[in-house]
Design a protein around this ligand. Structure first.
Ligand SMILES: *Cc1c(COP(=O)(O)O)cnc(C)c1O
Length: 394
């Protein structure tokens, strides 16, 4: 039997046709598909501008530079994220200041953020921005973060790489993830809600940020594109026309794809309703449409990390690919070595990360496969729990 994969893209004839059409032209980079992709993405998110880039990480890096964050500037962020969301600060010798997570959604804790800001202010440490993550598709508490940013004159960077299509409903119009910060960032790696293979996008309402970001993507070039006009140190963070055509085609199907994702997630949640081991992910706030990035379940609170890891290993042996998601950034070897972080520094984030198992999750995961995954997971958990009890009795 083939393994049940952890994730996978949703590619149809529509996408194949779009990419092939580009291959039949002579313009394989920096052409009409780039502008179409950016235009359609800013229309979908509801921001004035969008700048596509070669990855979500590249878009994050450009955002940091475009906002003028540099050496010695401190930026508040969270250790519960993909490593790129704080690496992008280190690229510029800026200093990530971690704040612990909120236990339900894993997003940054706004009260602890406030305390940390006060602490840094007292010490007269230069603080420039808050970089928060819409973790697993759940919105961070943007109202409170915005109030703090306003009060202390900070930029708000929204890493919405896991939240494309999440929105908060409002009478005046829905507000999409990515549109809550001064800049929003998306990534299109194949396990995201939509993919371009590799790719990313920066969205903003600020003309200045937009122009700076566009120049930084292109070696720091003058927007008029003169060879002699490299005004700033920039990068080659372009994304090919092939990738943009794929992005345009995926974005045309985004609501259909999200409907499938939500259906798969709901199916798992129903199957797990009576589970004695697994806690399904929390329901989003009633005013929020959640775009699920993965399907993260929690193992029992009294399971240590290695028991969770054993479960993942034994499920893999049965052909069910699951994963931990994500280990805390501050505990990665590089951050430990560079900053001296250790276990216990951010207990809520650590506990959150230690209990999560991401189940196989992709748009076309059938009802039968979902039932099979849950059956395997329950059986393995049962065995582990029985073995654990035996160990304890000895
Ligand atoms: C996926 C992701 C990114 C960007 O990843 P790339 O692979 O560079 O596109 C950034 N931040 C978070 C939180 C992510 O999940």
């Amino acid at each position: 039997m083939n393994d049940i994969p952890l994730a996978g893209p949703d590619i149809t004839a529509h996408e194949r046709k779009a990419v092939l059409a580009v291959l039949k032209t002579r313009v394989l980079s920096r052409g009409p598909k780039l502008y179409e992709f950016e235009h359609n993405m800013s229309a979908y998110i509801g921001t004035r501008y969008a700048v596509a880039a070669s990855s979500g990480t590249a878009a994050l890096h450009i955002a940091v530079r475009a906002l003028g964050i540099g050496a010695g500037d401190h930026v508040i962020t969270t250790p519960l994220s993909f490593i790129a969301s704080s690496n992008c600060l280190l690229f510029e010798r800026a200093v990530p200041v971690f704040v612990d997570a909120e236990p339900e959604t894993g997003c940054i804790d706004p009260l602890k953020t406030e305390e940390k800001i006060e602490e840094l202010r007292k010490k007269k440490i230069p603080l420039k921005a808050i970089l928060a993550i819409d973790y697993f598709g759940y919105l961070a508490d943007w109202d409170r973060l915005r109030a703090l940013a306003r009060k202390h004159n900070l930029f708000l960077i929204e890493d919405s790489c896991e939240a494309l299509g999440t929105y908060r409903k409002a009478k005046t119009g829905n507000r999409m993830a990515g549109a809550f910060g001064d800049v929003g960032i998306f990534g299109f790696y194949p396990n995201k809600q939509m993919t371009t293979g590799e790719g990313g996008m920066l969205v903003t309402n600020s003309k200045r940020t937009f122009e700076a970001a566009r120049a930084l993507r292109n070696h720091g070039a003058d927007p008029l594109g003169l060879w002699s006009g490299y005004r700033d140190l920039g990068y080659n963070y372009h994304i090919s026309e092939l990738a943009c055509a794929l992005g345009v085609a995926q974005l045309e199907r985004i609501e259909e794809m999200l409907a499938r994702r939500i259906q798969v997630a709901d199916r798992y949640t129903r199957l797990l309703a009576r589970s004695s081991f697994f806690e399904p992910p929390p329901a989003p706030a009633p005013d929020t449409r959640l775009s699920p990035y993965i399907y993260p379940v929690r193992v029992p609170a009294d399971w240590p990390r290695r028991t969770r890891d054993l479960l993942i290993k034994q499920l893999a042996a049965r052909g069910v690919q699951c994963r931990d998601y994500f280990p805390c950034i501050h505990l990665s070897p590089f951050y430990r070595k560079t900053f001296g972080y250790k276990r216990g520094d951010f207990p809520i984030a650590e506990r959150f990360a230690d209990r999560i198992i991401a189940l196989p999750f992709f748009n076309r995961l059938s009802a039968d496969t979902a039932a099979l995954v849950v059956r395997h997971a329950e059986e393995v958990a049962e065995k582990i729990a029985a073995g654990k009890m035996r160990d304890e009795r000895r």
